[in-house]
Design a protein around this ligand. Sequence first.
Ligand SMILES: Nc1nc2c(c(=O)[nH]1)N[C@H]1C(S)=C(S)[C@@H](COP(=O)(O)OP(=O)(O)OC[C@H]3O[C@@H](n4cnc5c(=O)[nH]c(N)nc54)[C@H](O)[C@@H]3O)O[C@H]1N2
Ligand SMILES: Nc1nc2c(c(=O)[nH]1)N[C@H]1C(S)=C(S)[C@@H](COP(=O)(O)OP(=O)(O)OC[C@H]3O[C@@H](n4cnc5c(=O)[nH]c(N)nc54)[C@H](O)[C@@H]3O)O[C@H]1N2
Ligand code: SF4
Ligand SMILES: [Mo]
Length: 683
Amino acid sequence: MQTIRVTCAHDCPCMCSLLAQVDNGRIIKVTGDPEQPFTAGFACGKVNRDAEVVHSPDRIQTPLRRTGPKGSGEFTPITWDAALDEIEARWKAIIAADGPLALLGYAYSSHQGQINRHLPNGLFHAMGTSRLQAGTVCDACADAAWEATLGPVGCVDPDTIAESDLILIWGCDVKAVNVHLWQKAEQRQKQGVKIVVIDPNRNRTAQSADWHIPIKVGTDAALAIGIVHILVRDNKCDEAYLAAKTVGFEQWKREVVGNFPPARVAEITGLTVADVERLAAMYGATKKSFLRIGWGMTRVALGGQAMRAVATLPAVTGAYGQRGGGAMSVTAGSMEFNFAPVRKPSGPAQTREVNHSLLGEALLTLRDPPLKALFISSNNPAVTCPDTRQVKQGLAREDLFTVVHDHALTDTARHADIVLPATTYLETSDFYRAYGTYYIQFAPAAVEPQGEAWSNMRLAQELAPRMGITDEIFRLTPEQILPKFFEGAKGAVAQIDPQSLLNHRAIKAAPEGEGQEFRTKSGKLEIYSEDLAAQGLPPMPIWEPDPQEVADAARWPLRLLTTPGYFQSHTAFTSNAFLRAREGEPHCVLHPNDAARRGLADGAKVRLFNDRGMVGLVLKISDETREGVALVPGQRPEGEAVSGTVNNLCSTRLTDIGAGATYQSTFLDVEAWENTPTRAAAE
Ligand SMILES: Nc1nc2c(c(=O)[nH]1)N[C@H]1C(S)=C(S)[C@@H](COP(=O)(O)OP(=O)(O)OC[C@H]3O[C@@H](n4cnc5c(=O)[nH]c(N)nc54)[C@H](O)[C@@H]3O)O[C@H]1N2
Ligand SMILES: Nc1nc2c(c(=O)[nH]1)N[C@H]1C(S)=C(S)[C@@H](COP(=O)(O)OP(=O)(O)OC[C@H]3O[C@@H](n4cnc5c(=O)[nH]c(N)nc54)[C@H](O)[C@@H]3O)O[C@H]1N2
Ligand code: SF4
Ligand SMILES: [Mo]
């Protein structure tokens, strides 16, 4: 038995260091590395099952070519040579006829290693194809709004939570999505520090908190501004910090904050005046407040304003200047490696861009040239993109040549012309930097690629020379690529010798200096943003009713709230029967009053529907959600639900800042499944 130090490559802020126990070429067990302080010796409930995922008999064993209609899942095995020959010939023919813009590489984040995540899109960069504006399904709005406020910079080091006096978790199910941060928060809670959760859903994190504030979806900016209103009224602002480190506070106070007295804020947010007052008093009582900002609340029409308003709070109390205080969103901005050799090896500086969230629209409407070839890797847009019905319509185009690289035959892969078997991260070697801690690590493969599977890196490197791409990066090993990330690196990570990573242990590289750095043009936190003003956006954080949401709410009685699964991460663990069973049947949660109004019983099959589409789920009745909300945890594939998938209901409308998806700006109704059999048949 061998123990191999590896890194968890799932899309997760913790980026755990793991120990893989390997016997005879098989992974027996994966556990958390006790030597990495943030991981602290435990992996999450999902990754405890990763050995089963690696050795699952359900993995795609060989390359496959489609034999039935698109979406039917009918394929025949072919050799790698035959698959690559066909891909090369088709891509070259499409480029000759329509130019490289007719191709789109659509690779995303399911392997967080910097080589396996980015080299596939690096290949398409070099080929000068249409380019993916990646991440708009996820954190694009949160990042852009953070950047408009603090600049392109990382956030507080999560380890400093150990020095905080108040933990405020704003719209994040930390127990599900960032469990190692939860462990640190819980340690603090045992020492008497209060944990407050602001979330429309009484999720696992809220249940373990000292106080849950059940805010209405999409009203966070109003609550944040309301807190500032009370801090101003009660002289609890850190005037010196605000004067030295921020731009626009006085104008914001005059023109915006004054319009958000507690009574109005309570009405907008669905909270009581007493709760708004109590929250502001708690937040104003200490500078050592650790604020964890989630991204779920930014996936609404005015999500950018929500992030900007909430991320301004620690400036108002001066928490940004204090150890143990500040806000956590994404650390990555302060780990300034040189990613260009992998992400942008060669190729034109600019080409046509396709928004990650708008795949269906791009496939159906782009002209001059239309998209003729699509390469999808490490993501499953037929389930996870908004308006999945449109995505599937696009994928069903007979004149579209689609290649999908995955280890599972996903809903997306079922629409491919060629499916290629991918390795899991435990079969790859890569360089990692976290986005929710300041750790970096270089990790080897724990086992050889299983069956005929290829890593993302290998696939990109084999396709490059076939497509006439000669960049050196497509010939190097992971060990040879590693030092490239450090050539021209800046800040704390520039001090690290890449050779020191070759022992496969994690190294921490947190930014130096006290307090939160700001990297805006002014060098200060920009409450007033000239850049946003120039784009015609509100220059100061504000809450306003969104006209489209108001109109939709008048037509539909319920608002959708989608949250991460606990035993699932989007669809990445779908193949594991144990985790599927633990997550339970795909379901919808309604408040008892909403269920009673519709005469629906717990456990009944229900249809969630709106103008865009419908999904059939099992009903759970619980007051964990607010009245007027239909909560759907996780994004589950077609075959698991009664019918369809939740993103059938969501539109391709984009957020105010950062062009992100707006899953939470979806309005709908729920009825008994058997009520409208004709529509069910039509769907
Ligand atoms: N309604 C709603 N929809 C959402 C969200 C929401 O909150 N609500 N959240 C959004 C968010 S935050 C995100 S990030 C997206 C995620 O959505 P996707 O990016 O589609 O991610 P997954 O569903 O995890 O799919 C990842 C796929 O990659 C495969 N894979 C895993 N490892 C590898 C590898 O090494 N190589 C290759 N080639 N394949 C691999 C897995 O088998 C799986 O099929 O979903 C978004 N969708
Ligand atoms: N177990 C598990 N872990 C994961 C994932 C997973 O799917 N499952 N996904 C991974 C990925 S890709 C990402 S991006 C990260 C982060 O994943 P995210 O999807 O960003 O998750 P959260 O930050 O927890 O955001 C969801 C929370 O926001 C709340 N929320 C939604 N709308 C609002 C609102 O208007 N206001 C407020 N206050 N709250 C709101 C929801 O109720 C929920 O509790 O997690 C990663 N880790
Ligand atoms: S908590 Fe996140 S990083 Fe850690 S093992 Fe689980 S998925 Fe991986
Ligand atoms: Mo995400």
